[in-house]
Design a protein around this ligand. Structure first.
Ligand SMILES: [Zn+2]
Length: 104
């Protein structure tokens, strides 16, 4: 099962290129167990189906080589993945290699 994060247009359902993530109570990005749980949590928080239709549900796509947290697709076009724990965006190859390069 993949972890899921939710991003939504800043300012609600208006057309806006800038996206923000749904956060947990401590200011970190909230990571859900599944899309189903994410939708349920949104509904519990008072979100309507129409609001949810404008949100993007991102499924994890790998594991961070640094902290082993789930990686999610990056919103930055040049990057492939991001780690919310490290607060870093990664190119795909950094994750595929899985190593820092080691001693020179
Ligand atoms: Zn990380």
């Amino acid at each position: 099962m993949s972890e899921v994060v939710i991003c939504r247009p800043v300012g609600g359902i208006t057309i806006n290129s800038e996206m923000e993530f749904v956060l947990d109570g401590e200011g970190g990005v909230r990571i859900f167990d599944s899309t189903e749980n994410a939708r349920k949590a949104l509904r519990d928080a008072g979100c309507t189906d129409e609001e949810m239709a404008h949100m993007t549900f991102l499924e994890s796509g790998g594991t961070c080589v640094r902290c082993k947290s789930p990686l999610f697709p990056s919103l930055i076009p040049d990057y492939k993945y991001q780690c919310f724990t490290c607060d870093e965006d990664f190119y795909g190859f950094e994750q595929e290699n899985g190593m820092d390069g080691g001693a020179s």
